[in-house]
Design a protein around this ligand. Structure first.
Ligand code: FAD
Length: 462
């Protein structure tokens, strides 16, 4: 008899299992994939960051080496080797989770699970008894009407196929200007593909701060990406190794076509709950097909919990991890907590884009009086030395209390810089607290301090 069986070994599930084992519980994890780590390690965060890193290096060699006196760098791309580097990066990480499972005496139950009843998890013909169950089965790419994905053929692909194309395409259409589409689109643009992004809305990366959206799109256009905005995709048809996308512009309903070597469908993800038997078990679901949970990640069935992409909230690895740790604490009879107001989001393009907390628009819609401190990376010595002066830090603080409400960064290392603001927000800090904190010179982090200064007396270098 297990204390806990976790279904799914993604960042939610494996972190939950490790914390539960550290708290003294007997834990098993069911994973149907050949390797641990879920979407994130196998076909998500990690392989995409490997390709972003490699293609960024290429971009640096082509665009910036000569400016620094590094002459005659001639860099050819060996796509098979780049794929091998990506695979090694993934394998190193997934094996690392296997090691951690062994270290923490967690059983990896291999296969696909269903839940025939509370306290029971079935894998193949074996039914495992357990006191509690955590559903951490993650998500899979959402289907788009009129478009059939075939990752093996490599012409109309989703993010999984997009990470493992047989060759670098000369042209690519990305359907959807969200995080995944823009990250992969910029990888292939840097590798030489002509990339066109077709987006239904009039803005990219919906939900992000408006000023950042505009600046981000400008930068991507400068990098060669093309955008067709306000366009509803009707269909995509593959023929003779290419695909034609048909879309209608919302403004006048006119129909257009665009043909490319590869079409990447990146229109979002949906919770992956197939085959678990949740209907028969009587687990309540949300209108949008997520597992409904309370403040302690408990489902409507006693002893069954759910976390990560399977439940509502941002579909992010670190959100899943935090819920994994917290639900393990709850199951072990302790207190588990996730502060949903301080979950950063990062886009790992160059420049990086990062955000936490309220956008200016959200703060205003909520009727809050805010003050904005903005600082451009052009005023930051380190960023300029690295040819990364595009972008800015925008800090949002309450107009009366000076408490930090949010931060939006587009610029070098934005994905790392955002965390000093996260810590400040966790401690309920004011913009002045950040402004009075000494930041080492020359670092790009000085731009965050300058934005905090701009919330008060004024930035020094602007
Ligand atoms: P998952 O990671 O999806 O893991 C669920 C696991 O459960 C899977 O391994 C699956 O095989 C298994 N499973 C499902 N059903 C069963 C069953 N019945 N029995 C047994 N096993 C089962 N997020 C970030 O925070 N940062 C990023 O940079 C980032 N980049 C991404 C890039 C791409 C291309 C993609 C697709 C996603 C990216 N994400 C990123 C999102 C991130 O991958 C997910 O938010 C995260 O993996 C969710 O974790 P999870 O544990 O909920 O589920």
């Amino acid at each position: 008899m297990y204390d806990l069986i976790v279904i799914g070994a993604g960042p939610g599930g494996y972190v939950c299992a490790i914390r539960a084992a550290q708290l003294g519980l007997k834990v098993g994890v069911v994973e149907g994939r050949e390797t641990l780590g879920g979407t994130c390690l196998n076909v998500g965060c990690i392989p995409s960051k490997a390709l972003l890193h490699a293609s960024h290096m290429l971009h640096e060699a082509h665009e910036n080496f000569e400016k620094m006196g590094l002459m005659n760098a001639h860099v050819d791309v060996d796509w098979d080797k780049m794929q091998a580097y990506k695979a090694d990066t993934v394998a190193g990480n997934t094996k690392g989770i296997e090691f951690l499972f062994k270290k923490n005496k967690i059983d990896w139950i291999k296969g696909w699970a269903s839940i025939p009843g509370a306290g029971k998890v079935q894998v193949g013909d074996t039914v495992h008894e357990t006191k509690t169950i955590v559903i951490a089965t993650g998500s899979s790419p959402a289907a788009l009407k009129g478009v059939t994905v075939d990752n093996d053929a490599g012409v109309i692909v989703d993010s999984t196929g997009g990470l493992a194309l047989p060759k670098i395409p000369k042209s690519m259409v990305v359907i959807g200007a969200g995080v995944i589409g823009l990250e992969l689109g910029s990888v292939y643009a840097r590798l030489g593909a002509e990339v066109t992004v077709v987006e239904y809305l009039d803005v990219i990366t919906p939900g992000m701060d408006g000023e950042v959206q505009k600046q981000f799109q400008k930068v991507l256009v400068k990098q060669g990406l093309k955008f067709v905005m306000g366009a509803a995709v009707k269909s995509a048809e593959a023929q003779d190794g290419q695909a034609t996308v048909t879309y209608a512009l919302k403004k006048d309903d006119s129909e257009h076509q665009i043909t490319a070597d590869v079409v990447l469908v990146a229109t979002g993800r949906r919770p992956h709950l197939d085959g678990l038997g949740l209907d028969a078990l009587g687990v309540a679901m949300t209108d949008r097909g997520f597992v409904k949970v309370d403040d302690h990640w408990a489902t409507s069935v006693k002893g069954v919990y759910a976390i990560g992409d399977a439940v509502p909230g941002p579909m992010l690895a670190h959100k899943a991890e935090d819920e994994g740790m917290a639900v393990a604490e709850v199951i072990a009879g302790k207190h588990g907590h996730v502060n949903y107001g301080v979950i950063p989001g990062v886009i790992y393009t160059t420049p990086e884009v990062a955000n936490v907390g309220l956008t200016e628009e959200q703060a205003k819609e909520g009727g809050r009086k805010v003050k904005i401190g903005k600082f451009p990376f052009m005023g930051n010595a380190r960023a300029k030395a690295q040819f990364q002066g595009d972008g800015f830090v925008k800090l949002i603080a309450d107009a009366e209390t000076d408490r930090i409400l949010g931060c939006h960064i587009i610029g070098p290392s934005a994905g790392d810089l955002i965390h000093e603001v996260c810590v400040a927000m966790e401690f309920g800090a004011s913009a002045e607290d950040l402004a009075l904190t000494c930041h080492a010179h020359p670092t790009v982090s000085e731009a965050v301090r300058e934005a905090a200064l701009a919330c008060g007396g004024g930035a020094i270098h602007a």
